[in-house]
Design a binder for this molecule. Sequence first.
Ligand code: PRP
Ligand code: URA
Length: 208
Amino acid sequence: MSKVVVFDHPLIQHKMSIIRNKNTDTKTFRENVNEIGSLVTYEVTRDLQTKEIEIETPISFTKAKILAKDVVIVPILRAGLGMVDGIQNVIPTAKVGHVGVYRDETTLMPHEYYLKFPIGIEEATVLVVDPMLATGGSAIATIDRVKQHGAKDIRFVGLVGCPEGIKALQDKHPDIDIYVVSIDEKLNEVGYIVPGLGDCGDRLFGTK
Ligand code: PRP
Ligand code: URA
């Protein structure tokens, strides 16, 4: 079974309280989502493999370590986009694949409307990114597609999860490690996380 990692770093918790607050404006919300994206990336990538190379410093030759595999970030549109800049600040060489998925407001079922992955995704470490893990439908559908394209080393990176979404994702993809900042109490009757932070896409892009 995969592991579920919940971040409790004070800096991350501080920023979470900013984005949870309904009075936070769009610009501040977007900035803090990105900053949390940067901070969680250190822990999400802690066990990435490295390989040894030989380099020449100004003084002598020495062995040094670099990442053994490419990293591909796969944000689930739209809200996943909010964390991409923050992650790329820490891993500037990361490529980005996009999956467009929206939830049907009535059935809560995911619908895919866009897909574009970089060449070489099958050999890369893939970070599937979405701030919200609610029913888990969008994450499951996206990871299905990432696996169909041959990727084997996949992690899910989110901000707010809930027991229902974590269980659904673990049941469907027991091999995927899940990283979130909080596991909130529950889903409400219309599929929103309680207490959550509302509709993340709308808050990031100012669409409501
Ligand atoms: C939101 C959110 C996740 C999804 C989570 O997207 O950004 O992708 O819901 O819910 P789930 O776990 O129940 O699938 P939404 O469908 O609102 O699209 P948007 O990001 O384009 O607003
Ligand atoms: N998507 C969101 O943006 N927020 C939720 O609480 C659930 C799904």
